[in-house]
Design a protein around this ligand. Structure first.
Ligand code: TNX
Length: 533
């Protein structure tokens, strides 16, 4: 029987796990039980909140003899190796990944009510088993397991332990299939290793889409063989005039491969017809007047447009989409479409009518920023809503109407989900055009009921964009994404019934030692009861 985790009072659960740890002998080492690591983390101290938690029974304990047992499947074995890579440095244990023996940590593929991404985790004295229908479910279960182990498990040198996981069962499946994070690598360029770092940081919270904003006025970041100057010239600078950069095709494939190893799908975006100064600067013929503008390193938006009336524009789009689609195993290709203030409405509609079929021709599903709903979204297209409270009722109604007509929605309301907004007026990094977005504000909304008149069934999920006009290094990304990104991840994964700021902020505070162990910076928002030491 599924019991919702809210039905057990927190204090009872905490006492339960304390007693269980005592029963397992954790207090008999002579040391006073002062450190958090001698108490197993309660099963519901996880972000995103699991769908159902049933605590009880003795805890599981990782020992030098523990084996990671995987089903005889390449994908399950890969998840097992991934888990071993996380656990070995801090535990110092061998943790062989094997398909033989019993006990230990078992990753098991089986039919069940798990869906493509759900899992079940059973923890007890004799072993810890994660069961899922697909490897993605095992991977997400492993993220839960990480959070149930002491934060020190994330360190890269041997730590004392003990390594306990509270006893009980978690059954968990996501509310939405789309749980995205977007990184703007155009305003400031971020190299492959920086992107991998971000992938690892977001995978911990079961994010499953990495949307890369690959082109904008300030930089074109992906090599295109048929239009080489896009990358070599269009990618040669960034906001503030730094050197910029671009991904070679091999770089991009490496990002895609790494993302896939963390069960994330890469969604590439080429923003069109506006936000195209880098392309227009690279090729004079793309401009209506045939004159290439200079490269741009400021932060204004809305001043550039591809030339909708020229045929070469569609040759360009065809080449770019073909090459990018060929590099991208994922189903989606994002065509931008926002802030096309220098494109007339008639031209915008014409452009989208020509471009969407090109995306389909190369086998991809169109995504556009929600302005796409002002044109005619292709069948099956998704619109990414980035409006805010003050967005006009008319614009909201336009998006809602498209949703009623079958356009799926990804919700990224700027005054909730934009990770580049300042937390308060005193936050050094970030912008504030959508207002200040403190941690509670970014968490406290319901994607299912957000847009008036949009059917809840149209909502495919949520995404947290990270625009980088003011952010030029990984440390800056950390400050903006943490601690807000886990909240958006929870809105995408957890049942609405688990939503509760007072409970969430305690779980969020508990992430801090993990971020410290991982070397992830975060903004110490006064709204969160951070541990004090
Ligand atoms: C709006 S969101 C933009 C971006 C900016 C961002 C800054 C969207 C689709 N367009 O061009 O980078 O605001 O917050």
């Amino acid at each position: 029987m599924r019991r919702h985790h809210r039905t057990t009072p927190r204090i009872t659960r905490l006492l339960g796990s304390l007693l269980m740890v005592a029963a397992a002998g954790a207090f008999t080492t002579g040391a006073a039980p002062t450190s958090a690591s001698t108490v197993a983390t309660p099963l519901d101290r996880v972000i995103p909140a699991p769908a159902s938690v049933e605590p009880g029974g003795a805890p599981y304990r990782l020992t030098p003899g523990t084996r990671i047992r995987v089903d005889d499947s390449r994908e399950a074995r890969r998840v097992g190796e991934y888990l071993a890579d996380i656990l070995r440095p801090s535990t110092g244990y061998r943790l062989p990944v094997t398909s033989h023996g019993d006990g230990g940590i078992r990753l098991r593929l089986a039919k069940g009510p798990y869906g493509d991404e759900g899992y079940r985790l059973d923890s007890g004295r004799s072993g810890l088993t994660i069961t899922a229908y697909k490897a993605s479910g095992l991977f997400h279960g492993v993220q839960t397991l990480r959070q149930l182990l002491p934060a020190a498990v994330e360190k890269d040198s041997v730590q004392p332990g003990p390594w306990l996981v509270a006893g009980g069962t978690i059954e968990d499946t996501p509310r939405y299939a789309w749980r995205g994070a977007m990184l703007d690598v155009s305003r400031h360029f971020f190299g492959v290793d920086e992107v991998k770092r971000y992938i690892d940081q977001i995978a911990l919270y079961k994010i499953n889409k990495l949307h890369l904003h690959l082109s904008d006025d300030q930089g074109w970041r992906i090599a295109v063989d048929s239009w080489p100057r896009l990358a070599t010239y269009g990618g040669s600078t960034e906001v503030g005039g730094g050197p910029g950069g671009h991904y070679t095709k091999a770089d991009y494939k490496e990002i895609v491969r790494y993302a896939a190893s963390r069960h994330l799908e890469v969604v590439p975006e080429i923003d069109m017809p506006g936000h195209t100064n880098a392309a227009l600067a690279s090729y004079a013929e793309l401009n209506c007047d045939g004159v290439a503008p200079p490269l741009y390193t400021g932060t204004k938006v809305g001043f550039s447009s591809l030339c909708v009336g020229k045929e070469v524009t569609y040759d360009f789009v065809d080449d770019v989409v073909r090459e990018l689609a060929a590099l991208t195993p994922g189903r989606y290709l994002h065509i931008g479409g926002d802030e096309a203030h220098s494109t007339s409405h008639a031209d915008y509609v014409k452009f989208m009518d020509r471009v969407q079929p090109i995306v389909a021709q190369y086998g991809k599903t169109v995504i556009g920023w929600h302005q796409l709903t002002g044109a005619t979204p292709a069948k099956g297209a998704l619109a990414q809503y980035w409006g805010l409270d003050r967005t006009s009722a008319e614009e909201k109604a336009q998006v809602a109407k498209a949703a009623q007509n079958g356009t799926g929605l990804i919700l990224s309301p700027a005054d909730r989900a934009y990770l580049d907004m300042k937390y308060t007026k005193d936050t050094p990094l970030g912008l504030s055009w959508a207002g200040y977005v403190e941690v509670q504000r970014s968490y406290d909304w319901d994607p299912g009921a957000y847009l008036p008149d949009a059917p809840a069934s149209a909502v495919r999920g949520v995404e947290a964009p990270l625009w980088t006009e003011t952010l030029s290094e990984s440390g800056h990304l950390d400050q903006m994404a943490f601690p807000r990104l886990p909240g958006i991840a929870e809105l995408g994964w957890s049942p609405a019934s688990t939503h509760d700021w007072d409970d969430y902020k305690v779980r969020l505070a508990a992430q801090a030692p993990r971020w410290d162990a991982l070397g992830t910076g975060y903004h110490r928002s006064p709204q969160v009861p951070w541990p004090t030491d």
